[in-house]
Design a protein around this ligand. Structure first.
Ligand SMILES: Cc1cc2nc3c(=O)[nH]c(=O)nc-3n(C[C@H](O)[C@H](O)[C@H](O)COP(=O)(O)O)c2cc1C
Length: 376
């Protein structure tokens, strides 16, 4: 785990889009990354592999539209984190019956915002068509997801370019791969600022140049440090250091990030706030709302709270959260947002936390309800 939060390295996710026993796709992906590795190093880009066979997503089994970002299943959350962390994609795809493999379409359909405003390059292969019809079909789909297919592509005829399951490496093919990488990294850097603005308009944000995204593995170290900083005030207010955010290790944060949806807000490359949420019975439970101490007082806490609320699933009936009994500032923030304190159980006098809830009104602008508008 690195704390590369401020790094500007580009993360390129190479998606291996076939799953058939005896498939060619892994060898082609390996050839592509080998052929372009030194150029990638020079461009400060690093590859990550997403082999759809290993990822093994079932056929789309999420009840909500993916544009809401409300995921019930761990396999979706894991896929979401992997795709959200990427700055660009290389899709290594064959052609099946004049189209893209079903496993690729399914993997694309699982998510929405995680793909958006990122470039994608295709490395295709096949018999007569060299996979070009598969790419044409995939382009329609990736454009709907707000990805940008780059101009440089590689289309290999198996007869000409593959021998015994391996790419017949040569200067011509290697140079074509390097051109793909050069264009992909160039466009990826140019597109980064687009992702600062997501479905909220920039003007509705409490501070400028603020971006928010699902937390990825690379964010967790910084998140751990931030939560320790943020809980100092809680410790002082409640006169105890015995608080989970202090005790937790990186492994603990990683463990809970698997069962909660977690979002990190960044400004100029730095994580300045975060919040998590999950379904808990009929409630959409929100927690670990944190704002870096030097960024307090600008409305970030209320904005993060509203952001988490908008991701509630359509069938939730209330919002719920916990805070320290004596955390007056937090309690005031939640009360201003419409939360009311709930009675503490009498047999639980050792617990220093209080429970607040807010009914979910019809007028709450939930992302899940936006879905039909966002997605064409
Ligand atoms: C179900 C199926 C359909 C195919 N359809 C096409 C096709 O329409 N056009 C083509 O050029 N090759 C077609 N092929 C040949 C594939 O391009 C070739 O088998 C390739 O190796 C498949 O990729 P994979 O090995 O990674 O699975 C098809 C292969 C399969 C298994």
């Amino acid at each position: 785990m690195s704390l590369k939060s401020c790094s500007i390295s580009l993360r390129i996710l190479v998606i291996v889009a076939s799953t058939r026993p005896g498939r060619l796709a892994p060898a082609i992906a390996e050839w592509f990354t080998d052929a372009t590795r030194s150029d990638a190093d020079r461009a400060d880009a690093r590859f990550e592999l997403a082999d759809l066979d290993e990822i093994a997503l079932p056929l789309l089994d999420e009840p909500e539209h993916p544009s809401g970002g409300v995921y019930r299943h761990e396999h979706t959350r894991k896929w979401s984190r992997q795709v959200a962390a990427a700055d660009a994609f290389v899709i290594v795809t064959p052609e099946y019956n004049y189209g893209m493999p079903a496993v690729l379409k399914n993997a694309l359909d699982f998510l929405y915002e995680e793909w958006a405003w990122k470039p994608v390059a295709f490395i295709s292969y096949g018999n007569t068509s060299a996979g070009t019809r598969s790419v044409e079909m995939a382009k329609q789909v990736v454009c709907a997801l707000r990805m940008m297919p780059i101009g440089a592509t590689m289309s290999m005829r198996i007869k000409d370019s593959i021998n015994n399951g391996r790419v017949r490496a040569g200067v011509e093919l290697d140079n074509a791969a390097r051109r793909v990488l050069a264009e992909l990294t160039r466009v990826a850097r140019a597109m980064r600022p687009l992702r600062v603005i997501d479905n909220d308009s920039e003007t509705s944000r409490p501070v400028t140049a603020l971006s928010i995204a699902a937390a990825s593995e690379d964010d967790l170290g910084e998140l751990l440090v931030l939560q320790r900083c943020c809980w100092v005030q809680e410790a002082l207010a409640n006169d105890t250091l015995d608080l989970a955010p202090f005790r937790e290790t990186l492994a603990d944060v990683r463990a809970w990030s698997d069962s909660w949806q977690v979002w990190c807000a960044r400004r100029n490359g730095r994580v300045i706030g975060a919040v998590r949420a999950r379904t808990n019975g009929p409630a959409w439970e929100i927690g670990r709302l944190m704002v870096a101490p030097d960024q307090a007082g600008q409305g970030l806490g209320s904005w993060l709270l509203a952001y988490a609320e908008r991701h509630a699933p359509a069938d939730a009936t209330e919002f719920a959260l916990f805070t320290g009994q004596r955390s007056q500032n937090n309690i005031r923030l939640y009360q201003r947002a419409g939360y009311t304190l709930q009675p503490t159980p009498v047999n639980d006098s050792s617990d220093i936390s209080v429970h607040l809830t807010k009914p979910m009104h019809q007028d709450v602008e939930r992302k899940s309800r936006d879905a039909t508008v966002i997605a064409d």
